[in-house]
Design a protein around this ligand. Structure first.
Ligand SMILES: [Zn+2]
Length: 163
């Protein structure tokens, strides 16, 4: 199954179209971010009440003081960011990518193998192949690629947020 899948992708030239060139993949993924990757604003470490209001979900975020983009940290009470600072559009794109990616059972791969396939096909460094690490441009690119994989296989694209 997955061989056929790759063949379709190759024949349609999809992987070539979306493959990132050497040095093109950029991520400002910092474990302890100080500047926002979106607007360059200063980032502060804050209680997550700053973005989620008063609820029981304890934890901390890195929050851009200029545009309001944020990222959570590893729990419990870690200061290490789990990815890049994101705004609403990026969070939506990321949810779309996850939905597309998780439902690609027509390619015959396990999730693990699918991650390494994405990494190789799009030329993303292996240790940085996590949707949470992708900046806006990469998210748009990967989302488009995944949608075209569905279409190339004649599989209906699931309902997405950022249409
Ligand atoms: Zn910002």
């Amino acid at each position: 199954m997955s061989e056929d899948f790759d063949k379709i992708i190759d024949e349609k030239g999809l992987s070539e179209k979306y493959r990132l060139k050497e040095g093109e993949f950029e991520t400002s993924y910092e474990r302890f971010p100080k500047k926002c990757g979106l607007c360059g604003g200063d980032v502060k470490f804050a209680n997550n009440k700053a973005v989620h209001g008063n609820n029981d979900w304890k934890g901390y975020v890195y929050l851009c003081t200029k545009c309001g983009a944020y990222v959570g940290t590893y729990r419990p009470n870690s200061r290490v960011a789990i990815g890049v600072l994101s705004n609403k559009v990026m969070r939506n794109l990321r949810m779309d990518c996850h939905k597309l990616f998780d439902n690609m059972d027509f390619d015959g791969r396990t999730l693990d193998r699918r991650y390494s396939w994405i990494q190789r096909t799009l030329n993303i460094p292996r240790h940085q192949c996590r949707f949470g690490y992708f900046e806006l441009d990469t998210l748009v690119n990967v989302r488009e690629f995944l949608i075209e994989c569905y279409e190339a296989n004649g599989v209906k694209v699931p309902k997405l947020i950022e249409d």
